[in-house]
Design a protein around this ligand. Sequence first.
Ligand code: NAD
Ligand code: ZN
Length: 366
Amino acid sequence: MDETVGGHAAVAIDLGERSYDILIGRGLLDEGQSFDGLPAAACAVIVSDSNVAPLYAQRVASALAGRYPRLLQIELPAGEAHKDWAALNKIFDALLAAGCDRKSVLFALGGGVVGDIAGFAAACYMRGVPFVQVPTTLLAQVDSSVGGKTAINHPLGKNMIGAFYQPLRVVADLATLDTLPPREVSAGLAEVIKYGAIADDAFLGWLEAHVAALLARDAAALAFAVRRSCEIKASVVGQDEREGGLRAILNFGHTFGHAIESGLGYGEWLHGEAVGCGMVMAADLSARLGLIDAAYVQRLTRLVARAGLPVVGPVLGPERYLELMRVDKKAEGGTIRFVVIEAPGRAAVREAPDELVAAVIDAHCA
Ligand SMILES: NC(=O)c1ccc[n+]([C@@H]2O[C@H](COP(=O)([O-])OP(=O)(O)OC[C@H]3O[C@@H](n4cnc5c(N)ncnc54)[C@H](O)[C@@H]3O)[C@@H](O)[C@H]2O)c1
Ligand SMILES: [Zn+2]
Protein backbone atom coordinates (compact mmCIF):
# COMPACT_ATOMS: atom_id res chain seq x y z
CA MET A 1 0.00 0.00 0.00
CA ASP A 2 3.07 2.25 0.14
CA GLU A 3 3.69 4.84 -2.52
CA THR A 4 5.61 8.02 -2.97
CA VAL A 5 3.98 11.37 -3.70
CA GLY A 6 6.23 14.32 -4.56
CA GLY A 7 9.25 12.54 -3.08
CA HIS A 8 7.53 11.92 0.25
CA ALA A 9 6.19 8.70 1.72
CA ALA A 10 2.48 8.15 1.28
CA VAL A 11 0.18 5.55 2.74
CA ALA A 12 -3.04 4.92 0.86
CA ILE A 13 -6.22 4.27 2.80
CA ASP A 14 -8.51 2.18 0.71
CA LEU A 15 -12.19 2.93 1.30
CA GLY A 16 -13.68 2.81 -2.19
CA GLU A 17 -14.92 6.26 -3.17
CA ARG A 18 -13.79 7.61 0.20
CA SER A 19 -10.16 6.52 -0.34
CA TYR A 20 -7.39 9.01 0.35
CA ASP A 21 -3.65 9.41 0.88
CA ILE A 22 -1.72 10.08 4.06
CA LEU A 23 1.32 12.15 3.04
CA ILE A 24 4.23 11.82 5.47
CA GLY A 25 7.45 13.84 5.36
CA ARG A 26 9.45 16.76 6.65
CA GLY A 27 8.55 20.12 5.14
CA LEU A 28 5.16 19.19 3.66
CA LEU A 29 3.48 22.28 5.14
CA ASP A 30 5.54 24.59 2.96
CA GLU A 31 5.07 22.65 -0.24
CA GLY A 32 2.13 23.79 -2.33
CA GLN A 33 2.10 20.29 -3.83
CA SER A 34 0.82 18.91 -0.53
CA PHE A 35 -2.48 20.66 -1.25
CA ASP A 36 -2.74 20.10 -5.00
CA GLY A 37 -5.81 18.39 -6.40
CA LEU A 38 -8.28 19.33 -3.67
CA PRO A 39 -11.73 20.55 -4.74
CA ALA A 40 -12.11 24.18 -5.76
CA ALA A 41 -14.18 26.34 -3.40
CA ALA A 42 -15.03 29.97 -2.76
CA CYS A 43 -14.07 29.64 0.87
CA ALA A 44 -11.45 27.68 2.78
CA VAL A 45 -11.02 27.69 6.54
CA ILE A 46 -7.98 26.83 8.63
CA VAL A 47 -9.14 25.60 12.04
CA SER A 48 -6.36 25.50 14.61
CA ASP A 49 -5.77 26.08 18.31
CA SER A 50 -4.13 28.76 20.42
CA ASN A 51 -0.78 26.90 20.55
CA VAL A 52 -0.55 25.70 16.97
CA ALA A 53 -1.98 28.69 15.07
CA PRO A 54 0.87 31.08 16.01
CA LEU A 55 3.43 28.45 14.97
CA TYR A 56 2.01 27.08 11.71
CA ALA A 57 -1.22 28.72 10.49
CA GLN A 58 0.55 31.36 8.42
CA ARG A 59 2.65 28.71 6.69
CA VAL A 60 -0.41 26.72 5.71
CA ALA A 61 -2.10 29.94 4.58
CA SER A 62 0.91 30.68 2.36
CA ALA A 63 0.85 27.19 0.87
CA LEU A 64 -2.86 27.67 0.11
CA ALA A 65 -2.43 31.21 -1.23
CA GLY A 66 -4.18 31.87 -4.53
CA ARG A 67 -6.28 28.70 -4.40
CA TYR A 68 -9.35 30.02 -2.62
CA PRO A 69 -10.88 33.51 -3.01
CA ARG A 70 -11.42 33.62 0.76
CA LEU A 71 -9.26 32.01 3.41
CA LEU A 72 -10.55 32.24 6.99
CA GLN A 73 -8.71 31.28 10.14
CA ILE A 74 -10.41 30.06 13.30
CA GLU A 75 -8.49 29.67 16.54
CA LEU A 76 -9.94 27.37 19.20
CA PRO A 77 -8.76 27.24 22.81
CA ALA A 78 -6.11 24.48 23.16
CA GLY A 79 -6.60 21.34 25.18
CA GLU A 80 -8.85 18.35 25.81
CA ALA A 81 -10.99 20.37 28.24
CA HIS A 82 -12.14 22.41 25.22
CA LYS A 83 -13.16 19.49 23.02
CA ASP A 84 -16.74 20.54 23.56
CA TRP A 85 -19.93 22.12 22.18
CA ALA A 86 -18.59 25.64 22.69
CA ALA A 87 -15.58 25.02 20.44
CA LEU A 88 -17.73 23.27 17.85
CA ASN A 89 -20.18 26.17 17.82
CA LYS A 90 -17.37 28.64 17.43
CA ILE A 91 -16.61 27.00 14.07
CA PHE A 92 -20.26 27.06 12.95
CA ASP A 93 -20.63 30.70 14.06
CA ALA A 94 -17.57 31.74 12.05
CA LEU A 95 -18.59 29.79 8.95
CA LEU A 96 -22.13 31.16 8.97
CA ALA A 97 -21.10 34.71 9.80
CA ALA A 98 -18.71 34.63 6.83
CA GLY A 99 -21.35 33.13 4.55
CA CYS A 100 -19.31 30.01 3.77
CA ASP A 101 -21.25 27.73 1.41
CA ARG A 102 -21.49 23.94 1.31
CA LYS A 103 -18.41 23.55 -0.85
CA SER A 104 -16.13 25.26 1.67
CA VAL A 105 -13.02 23.26 2.54
CA LEU A 106 -11.95 22.92 6.18
CA PHE A 107 -8.29 22.35 7.11
CA ALA A 108 -7.78 20.92 10.60
CA LEU A 109 -4.34 22.12 11.69
CA GLY A 110 -3.32 20.77 15.08
CA GLY A 111 -3.48 17.77 17.34
CA GLY A 112 -6.26 15.26 17.85
CA VAL A 113 -8.46 17.76 19.65
CA VAL A 114 -8.54 20.16 16.68
CA GLY A 115 -8.81 17.26 14.22
CA ASP A 116 -11.73 15.64 16.05
CA ILE A 117 -13.66 18.92 16.49
CA ALA A 118 -12.98 20.31 13.01
CA GLY A 119 -13.74 16.92 11.44
CA PHE A 120 -17.06 16.77 13.26
CA ALA A 121 -17.80 20.36 12.21
CA ALA A 122 -17.06 19.38 8.60
CA ALA A 123 -19.40 16.38 8.91
CA CYS A 124 -22.24 18.58 10.17
CA TYR A 125 -21.86 21.94 8.44
CA MET A 126 -24.50 22.10 5.72
CA ARG A 127 -24.70 18.29 6.06
CA GLY A 128 -21.05 17.85 5.16
CA VAL A 129 -18.21 19.84 3.62
CA PRO A 130 -14.82 18.52 2.49
CA PHE A 131 -11.97 18.58 4.99
CA VAL A 132 -8.25 17.92 5.17
CA GLN A 133 -6.32 16.79 8.22
CA VAL A 134 -3.02 18.56 8.88
CA PRO A 135 -1.90 16.81 12.10
CA THR A 136 0.85 18.43 14.17
CA THR A 137 1.19 16.05 17.13
CA LEU A 138 2.69 12.59 17.04
CA LEU A 139 -0.60 11.22 18.33
CA ALA A 140 -2.56 12.91 15.56
CA GLN A 141 -0.09 11.83 12.86
CA VAL A 142 -0.19 8.16 13.87
CA ASP A 143 -3.80 7.88 14.90
CA SER A 144 -6.47 10.55 15.21
CA SER A 145 -6.09 12.15 11.76
CA VAL A 146 -6.51 8.78 10.04
CA GLY A 147 -9.70 6.78 9.77
CA GLY A 148 -12.54 9.28 9.95
CA LYS A 149 -13.63 9.17 13.57
CA THR A 150 -14.66 12.64 14.69
CA ALA A 151 -16.22 13.72 17.97
CA ILE A 152 -16.49 16.04 20.91
CA ASN A 153 -16.64 15.03 24.57
CA HIS A 154 -19.71 15.11 26.80
CA PRO A 155 -19.33 15.59 30.57
CA LEU A 156 -20.74 12.06 30.95
CA GLY A 157 -18.41 10.37 28.50
CA LYS A 158 -15.50 10.87 26.15
CA ASN A 159 -16.08 11.19 22.39
CA MET A 160 -19.79 10.53 22.92
CA ILE A 161 -21.08 12.98 20.30
CA GLY A 162 -19.59 12.49 16.86
CA ALA A 163 -19.66 11.01 13.38
CA PHE A 164 -17.68 8.86 11.00
CA TYR A 165 -16.45 11.31 8.38
CA GLN A 166 -13.34 10.79 6.26
CA PRO A 167 -10.94 13.57 5.30
CA LEU A 168 -9.92 14.06 1.66
CA ARG A 169 -6.26 13.87 2.59
CA VAL A 170 -3.91 13.77 5.55
CA VAL A 171 -0.79 15.95 5.38
CA ALA A 172 1.58 14.89 8.18
CA ASP A 173 4.61 17.20 8.26
CA LEU A 174 7.13 15.48 10.54
CA ALA A 175 8.98 18.78 11.06
CA THR A 176 6.05 20.10 13.14
CA LEU A 177 7.02 17.54 15.79
CA ASP A 178 10.15 19.61 16.51
CA THR A 179 8.10 22.08 18.57
CA LEU A 180 6.03 19.51 20.44
CA PRO A 181 6.46 19.47 24.24
CA PRO A 182 8.23 16.25 25.40
CA ARG A 183 5.17 15.10 27.33
CA GLU A 184 3.17 15.15 24.08
CA VAL A 185 5.81 13.05 22.30
CA SER A 186 5.44 10.40 24.98
CA ALA A 187 1.65 10.58 24.70
CA GLY A 188 1.89 9.92 20.95
CA LEU A 189 4.18 6.95 21.56
CA ALA A 190 1.37 5.28 23.51
CA GLU A 191 -0.66 4.88 20.31
CA VAL A 192 2.46 3.75 18.40
CA ILE A 193 3.12 1.03 21.01
CA LYS A 194 -0.55 0.08 20.71
CA TYR A 195 -0.09 -0.85 17.04
CA GLY A 196 2.84 -3.12 17.89
CA ALA A 197 0.84 -4.81 20.64
CA ILE A 198 -2.31 -5.44 18.61
CA ALA A 199 -0.96 -6.08 15.12
CA ASP A 200 2.78 -6.41 14.67
CA ASP A 201 5.07 -7.98 17.25
CA ALA A 202 8.16 -7.29 15.11
CA PHE A 203 7.24 -3.59 15.20
CA LEU A 204 6.96 -3.84 19.01
CA GLY A 205 10.49 -5.26 19.01
CA TRP A 206 11.66 -2.39 16.79
CA LEU A 207 10.10 0.07 19.24
CA GLU A 208 11.93 -1.56 22.15
CA ALA A 209 15.18 -0.96 20.27
CA HIS A 210 14.32 2.60 19.15
CA VAL A 211 12.30 4.16 21.96
CA ALA A 212 15.23 6.36 23.03
CA ALA A 213 15.76 7.53 19.43
CA LEU A 214 12.07 8.35 19.16
CA LEU A 215 12.09 10.36 22.40
CA ALA A 216 15.12 12.23 21.03
CA ARG A 217 13.08 12.87 17.84
CA ASP A 218 15.50 11.15 15.53
CA ALA A 219 14.10 12.00 12.11
CA ALA A 220 14.51 8.57 10.53
CA ALA A 221 13.06 6.77 13.54
CA LEU A 222 10.04 9.09 13.65
CA ALA A 223 9.48 8.73 9.90
CA PHE A 224 9.43 4.94 10.20
CA ALA A 225 7.23 4.90 13.30
CA VAL A 226 4.65 7.24 11.76
CA ARG A 227 4.57 5.36 8.46
CA ARG A 228 4.28 1.89 10.04
CA SER A 229 1.58 3.12 12.42
CA CYS A 230 -0.42 4.64 9.54
CA GLU A 231 -0.05 1.43 7.51
CA ILE A 232 -1.48 -0.64 10.35
CA LYS A 233 -4.32 1.81 11.00
CA ALA A 234 -5.09 2.07 7.27
CA SER A 235 -5.24 -1.70 7.00
CA VAL A 236 -7.61 -2.10 9.96
CA VAL A 237 -9.87 0.80 8.92
CA GLY A 238 -9.84 -0.41 5.30
CA GLN A 239 -11.33 -3.71 6.50
CA ASP A 240 -13.84 -2.24 8.96
CA GLU A 241 -14.48 1.48 8.48
CA ARG A 242 -17.42 1.78 10.86
CA GLU A 243 -16.28 -0.56 13.61
CA GLY A 244 -18.57 -3.48 12.96
CA GLY A 245 -15.90 -5.69 14.51
CA LEU A 246 -12.17 -5.64 13.79
CA ARG A 247 -11.69 -1.88 14.17
CA ALA A 248 -12.46 -2.19 17.88
CA ILE A 249 -8.94 -3.59 18.43
CA LEU A 250 -7.63 -0.04 17.88
CA ASN A 251 -9.16 0.68 21.28
CA PHE A 252 -6.62 -1.49 23.11
CA GLY A 253 -5.96 0.22 26.45
CA HIS A 254 -8.74 2.72 25.83
CA THR A 255 -11.48 1.21 28.01
CA PHE A 256 -9.32 1.66 31.10
CA GLY A 257 -7.79 4.82 29.61
CA HIS A 258 -11.07 6.60 28.95
CA ALA A 259 -12.17 5.81 32.51
CA ILE A 260 -8.98 7.49 33.78
CA GLU A 261 -9.51 10.52 31.53
CA SER A 262 -13.13 11.14 32.41
CA GLY A 263 -12.72 10.02 36.03
CA LEU A 264 -10.02 12.61 36.68
CA GLY A 265 -11.60 15.28 34.45
CA TYR A 266 -10.53 15.78 30.83
CA GLY A 267 -7.09 17.25 30.46
CA GLU A 268 -5.73 16.09 33.83
CA TRP A 269 -3.92 13.17 32.22
CA LEU A 270 -3.20 13.39 28.50
CA HIS A 271 -5.11 10.93 26.33
CA GLY A 272 -1.90 9.10 25.44
CA GLU A 273 -0.87 8.88 29.10
CA ALA A 274 -4.20 7.32 30.01
CA VAL A 275 -3.89 4.91 27.07
CA GLY A 276 -0.33 3.94 28.09
CA CYS A 277 -1.45 3.03 31.58
CA GLY A 278 -4.65 1.50 30.20
CA MET A 279 -2.63 -0.84 27.95
CA VAL A 280 -0.71 -2.13 30.97
CA MET A 281 -4.02 -2.83 32.71
CA ALA A 282 -5.56 -4.44 29.62
CA ALA A 283 -2.46 -6.62 29.15
CA ASP A 284 -2.71 -7.73 32.77
CA LEU A 285 -6.40 -8.51 32.23
CA SER A 286 -5.40 -10.59 29.20
CA ALA A 287 -2.95 -12.53 31.38
CA ARG A 288 -5.58 -13.05 34.09
CA LEU A 289 -7.91 -14.40 31.40
CA GLY A 290 -5.18 -16.94 30.58
CA LEU A 291 -4.46 -15.53 27.11
CA ILE A 292 -0.86 -14.36 27.49
CA ASP A 293 1.86 -14.89 30.07
CA ALA A 294 3.08 -12.54 32.79
CA ALA A 295 6.36 -12.00 30.94
CA TYR A 296 4.49 -10.25 28.12
CA VAL A 297 2.75 -7.95 30.61
CA GLN A 298 6.15 -7.06 32.07
CA ARG A 299 7.59 -6.48 28.60
CA LEU A 300 4.79 -4.09 27.64
CA THR A 301 4.94 -2.34 31.03
CA ARG A 302 8.67 -1.75 30.60
CA LEU A 303 8.22 -0.28 27.13
CA VAL A 304 5.37 1.99 28.23
CA ALA A 305 7.48 3.22 31.16
CA ARG A 306 10.52 3.77 28.92
CA ALA A 307 8.35 5.86 26.60
CA GLY A 308 7.85 8.24 29.53
CA LEU A 309 4.28 7.17 30.24
CA PRO A 310 2.62 6.36 33.57
CA VAL A 311 2.15 2.68 34.42
CA VAL A 312 0.33 3.22 37.71
CA GLY A 313 -3.25 4.48 37.51
CA PRO A 314 -5.05 7.01 39.70
CA VAL A 315 -7.06 5.68 42.63
CA LEU A 316 -10.69 6.14 41.68
CA GLY A 317 -11.83 2.88 43.28
CA PRO A 318 -12.84 -0.19 41.26
CA GLU A 319 -16.54 0.70 41.49
CA ARG A 320 -16.00 4.12 39.91
CA TYR A 321 -13.82 2.59 37.17
CA LEU A 322 -16.49 -0.01 36.40
CA GLU A 323 -19.21 2.66 36.35
CA LEU A 324 -17.19 4.79 33.93
CA MET A 325 -16.39 1.80 31.71
CA ARG A 326 -20.06 0.85 31.41
CA VAL A 327 -20.67 4.01 29.35
CA ASP A 328 -17.79 3.11 27.00
CA LYS A 329 -18.97 2.87 23.38
CA LYS A 330 -17.84 -0.77 23.18
CA ALA A 331 -20.16 -1.63 26.08
CA GLU A 332 -23.34 -3.34 24.97
CA GLY A 333 -26.36 -3.36 27.26
CA GLY A 334 -24.14 -2.41 30.21
CA THR A 335 -21.69 -5.27 29.57
CA ILE A 336 -18.16 -3.93 29.31
CA ARG A 337 -16.09 -5.30 26.44
CA PHE A 338 -12.31 -5.19 26.57
CA VAL A 339 -9.68 -5.37 23.89
CA VAL A 340 -7.32 -8.12 25.01
CA ILE A 341 -4.03 -9.45 23.66
CA GLU A 342 -4.50 -13.05 22.57
CA ALA A 343 -0.91 -13.52 21.47
CA PRO A 344 1.94 -11.06 20.79
CA GLY A 345 0.72 -8.95 17.85
CA ARG A 346 -2.85 -10.26 17.95
CA ALA A 347 -5.86 -8.72 19.69
CA ALA A 348 -9.51 -9.58 20.22
CA VAL A 349 -12.54 -8.21 22.05
CA ARG A 350 -13.75 -10.07 25.15
CA GLU A 351 -16.00 -9.68 28.13
CA ALA A 352 -14.48 -10.11 31.56
CA PRO A 353 -16.02 -10.73 34.98
CA ASP A 354 -16.21 -7.60 37.19
CA GLU A 355 -14.15 -9.32 39.92
CA LEU A 356 -11.27 -9.87 37.53
CA VAL A 357 -11.41 -6.28 36.28
CA ALA A 358 -11.55 -5.02 39.88
CA ALA A 359 -8.46 -7.12 40.70
CA VAL A 360 -6.60 -5.54 37.77
CA ILE A 361 -7.58 -2.06 38.96
CA ASP A 362 -6.48 -2.82 42.53
CA ALA A 363 -3.15 -4.14 41.26
CA HIS A 364 -2.37 -1.13 39.07
CA CYS A 365 -3.71 1.92 40.89
CA ALA A 366 -1.94 3.52 43.80
N1 NAD B 1 -10.32 10.33 15.95
C1 NAD B 1 -9.55 9.35 16.34
O1 NAD B 1 -9.52 8.27 15.72
C2 NAD B 1 -8.70 9.54 17.54
C3 NAD B 1 -7.66 8.65 17.81
C4 NAD B 1 -6.83 8.90 18.90
C5 NAD B 1 -7.05 10.01 19.68
N2 NAD B 1 -8.08 10.85 19.40
C6 NAD B 1 -8.30 12.06 20.20
O2 NAD B 1 -7.17 12.92 20.04
C7 NAD B 1 -7.08 13.76 21.18
C8 NAD B 1 -5.65 13.83 21.63
O3 NAD B 1 -4.88 14.38 20.59
P1 NAD B 1 -3.47 15.07 20.90
O4 NAD B 1 -2.70 14.20 21.80
O5 NAD B 1 -2.91 15.45 19.60
O6 NAD B 1 -3.89 16.33 21.79
P2 NAD B 1 -4.06 17.90 21.47
O7 NAD B 1 -4.77 18.13 20.22
O8 NAD B 1 -4.62 18.47 22.71
O9 NAD B 1 -2.56 18.41 21.30
C9 NAD B 1 -1.68 18.33 22.39
C10 NAD B 1 -1.10 19.69 22.77
O10 NAD B 1 -0.02 20.01 21.89
C11 NAD B 1 -0.24 21.28 21.29
N3 NAD B 1 0.39 21.16 19.97
C12 NAD B 1 -0.11 20.49 18.90
N4 NAD B 1 0.79 20.46 17.91
C13 NAD B 1 1.88 21.13 18.35
C14 NAD B 1 3.15 21.40 17.79
N5 NAD B 1 3.50 20.93 16.59
N6 NAD B 1 4.04 22.12 18.51
C15 NAD B 1 3.70 22.55 19.77
N7 NAD B 1 2.53 22.28 20.36
C16 NAD B 1 1.63 21.59 19.66
C17 NAD B 1 -1.72 21.48 21.34
O11 NAD B 1 -2.07 22.83 21.29
C18 NAD B 1 -2.08 20.85 22.67
O12 NAD B 1 -1.81 21.74 23.71
C19 NAD B 1 -8.02 13.17 22.21
O13 NAD B 1 -9.15 13.98 22.31
C20 NAD B 1 -8.38 11.82 21.66
O14 NAD B 1 -9.67 11.40 22.05
C21 NAD B 1 -8.89 10.65 18.34
ZN1 ZN C 1 -6.32 6.87 21.43
